[in-house]
Design a protein around this ligand. Structure first.
Ligand SMILES: *[C@@H]1O[C@H](CO)[C@@H](O)[C@H](O)[C@H]1NC(C)=O
Ligand SMILES: *[C@@H]1O[C@H](CO)[C@@H](O)[C@H](O)[C@H]1NC(C)=O
Ligand SMILES: *[C@@H]1O[C@H](CO)[C@@H](O)[C@H](O)[C@H]1NC(C)=O
Ligand SMILES: *[C@@H]1O[C@H](CO)[C@@H](O)[C@H](O)[C@H]1NC(C)=O
Ligand SMILES: *[C@@H]1O[C@H](CO)[C@@H](O)[C@H](O)[C@H]1NC(C)=O
Length: 252
C-alpha cells in the first residue's frame, strides 16, 4: 500500500516538474544573426500600476525596466555591454526588441510583470548564423565523355544540412553539427539529363539554394577542353589567313 502511494506521489511530482519546466523555457524564438527579434509581452497596453522587468541569462540580469506611473523606461547594456545600442522598448506594450543580434544574444530571457499579482513568462532565443550561398564547381579530375562530376560546398558552417535536389526530391544529404566545419557533397550528372538540380543549405530557420547549370559548368571544364582547343586553333588559323591577306594586299 505504501509503495503504491509512493508511486502516485512520484508521478505527481514528475508532472509538476515537467509542467514547471515547460513554464520555465516557454516560448522558443529563432532569429538569424544580424536581424532583430521582438519578445512580446502580449499586452495591449501596460496598466498604470504595472511594473515590467526584462531579465536575461542564467543569472537574470535586468536589461530593461518599465514603471509607468514613475515614468521609468530604462534599458541596460548588460554586464558585458552586449546589449549596448541594441535594445528597443515599446512604451505601450512593454515588448522588447533586440536589434542586430549576434550569437551572444542567444539564451533565456524572462519577462516579469508586477501588478496586482506577479506573472512571468520566459523566452528561449536561438540565434542562427547567416547562411553562405553554396558553391558548385565541377570536379575536372573526375570526368567522362557522358557524365560530369560536380561538387557542392560551403565553408565554416554549423548546425546545417547540405543537400542535392533533383526537382523536389532529395538525392543526397549531409549534416554538420555545432562545430564550424566545411562541407562538400558530390553529384554525378549525365550531360543529357533534363532534371533541374539544386544544392540547398538549410538550418532550422532558413536556406540558401544554388542551381546547377550543367551546360556552363560541365561543358567548360570537362568536355569543354577539346572545344576550346578547336576554337583556339580556328582563331589561330583565321589570324594567319588575315595576316597573309594583309601582307599580299600591302605588297600589291
Ligand atoms: C533553447 O532552444 C534550443 C533550440 O531549440 C535548445 O537546443 C535549447 O536546449 C533550449 N534551451 C533551453 C534552456 O530550453
Ligand atoms: C551589428 O553588429 C556588428 C557587430 O556585432 C557591427 O559590426 C555592425 O556594424 C552592426 N550593424 C548595425 C547595422 O548596427
Ligand atoms: C574529385 O574526384 C576525385 C576522383 O573521384 C576525388 O578523389 C576528389 O576528392 C574529388 N574532388 C572533390 C573536390 O570532391
Ligand atoms: C573559416 O574559418 C577559418 C578558421 O576559423 C578562417 O581562417 C577562415 O577565414 C574562415 N573562412 C571563411 C570563408 O569564413
Ligand atoms: C527555403 O525557404 C523557403 C522560404 O524562405 C521555402 O519556401 C522553401 O521551401 C525552402 N526550401 C527548402 C529546400 O528548404
Amino acid at each position: 500500500m505504501n509503495t503504491k502511494y509512493l508511486r502516485v506521489l512520484t508521478l505527481v511530482i514528475f508532472f509538476i516538474c515537467c509542467w514547471s519546466l515547460t513554464g520555465v523555457f516557454g516560448d522558443s524564438v529563432s532569429v538569424t544573426e544580424g536581424d532583430s527579434v521582438t519578445l512580446n509581452t502580449d499586452l495591449a497596453e501596460i496598466h498604470e500600476d504595472e511594473d515590467i522587468l526584462w531579465k536575461c541569462g542564467a543569472k537574470y540580469f535586468t536589461i530593461a525596466e518599465i514603471s509607468r506611473d514613475s515614468g521609468i523606461f530604462f534599458t541596460h547594456d548588460g554586464p558585458d555591454g552586449r546589449f549596448r545600442h541594441r535594445l528597443k522598448l515599446d512604451h505601450q506594450t512593454g515588448s522588447l526588441t533586440i536589434m542586430n543580434t549576434t550569437t551572444e544574444h542567444a539564451g533565456v530571457y524572462e519577462l516579469e510583470i508586477t501588478g496586482v499579482k506577479v506573472t512571468s513568462k520566459t523566452f528561449n532565443v536561438s540565434v542562427y548564423a547567416r547562411l553562405p550561398v553554396p558553391v558548385i564547381i565541377s570536379n575536372s579530375s573526375h570526368c567522362s565523355s557522358s557524365s560530369c562530376s560536380v561538387v557542392c560546398s560551403v565553408l565554416n558552417v554549423s548546425d546545417v544540412t547540405l543537400s542535392w535536389y533533383a526537382g523536389m526530391s532529395v538525392l543526397s544529404r549531409i549534416n554538420a553539427s555545432d562545430l564550424s566545419i566545411s562541407l562538400s557533397l558530390p553529384l554525378e550528372v549525365e550531360y543529357q539529363d533534363k532534371n533541374t538540380y539544386s544544392c540547398v543549405l538549410n538550418n532550422p530557420i532558413s536556406n540558401q539554394t544554388t542551381h546547377l547549370d550543367i551546360n556552363t559548368l560541365c561543358r567548360h571544364t570537362c568536355a569543354g577542353a577539346p572545344v576550346s582547343l578547336i576554337v583556339l586553333i580556328s582563331a589561330g588559323s583565321l589570324m594567319i589567313v588575315a595576316v597573309v591577306v594583309i601582307f599580299c594586299i600591302c605588297r600589291k
